[in-house]
Design a protein. Structure first.
Length: 149
């Protein structure tokens, strides 16, 4: 039953709208935030060197503050921002599909949790999407209080 809800096109569409609206509000109000993402679905331009990308975990958090925050753009497709990586501050444009934003975090507190499965992702069954979303949810110890015991 849960998988049916999470992969439902109407639910996915509503979650897409909610993620975008939340990000736009934070940007408009000048509130720094972090996003928890599935790094496999992200693109970097120029591509990051292997020694940097290999340090990323499958679920990675990006902090949007300073220039990274100022460069952030949200549209129907997703969110993009410029960031520096590694000791040499290697610059890259990070592009994240909107439904790959698994959490939005302000002051170490998740204010949005996205459990939807992108219905356009035919390559992975809903159960994988549910697992991916739950891994992201459980990767933040603060979320334990949100789950029923």
């Amino acid at each position: 039953m849960l998988q049916n809800v999470l992969s439902d096109p109407d639910f996915s569409s509503e979650m897409r709208r909610h993620v975008r609206s939340t990000l736009e509000i934070l940007l408009q109000k000048g509130i720094n935030f972090s996003i928890l993402t599935n790094v496999a679905e992200i693109s970097f331009e120029p591509p990051l060197p292997e020694e940097i990308i290999s340090t990323f975990k499958p679920i990675t958090m990006f902090v949007l503050a300073g220039y990274t925050f100022e460069s952030c753009i949200v549209d129907d497709w997703g969110v993009s921002f410029e960031a520096g990586f590694g000791h040499e501050n290697f610059g890259s444009l990070v592009s994240v599909p909107i439904l790959s934003v698994l959490q939005v975090i302000v002051d170490d507190t998740p204010i949005l949790i996205n459990l939807s499965v992108d219905v356009k992702e035919k390559k992975q069954p809903a159960s994988k999407g549910v697992k991916r979303s739950m891994e992201a949810l459980l990767s933040n110890p603060e979320n334990e209080k949100l789950l029923k015991k």
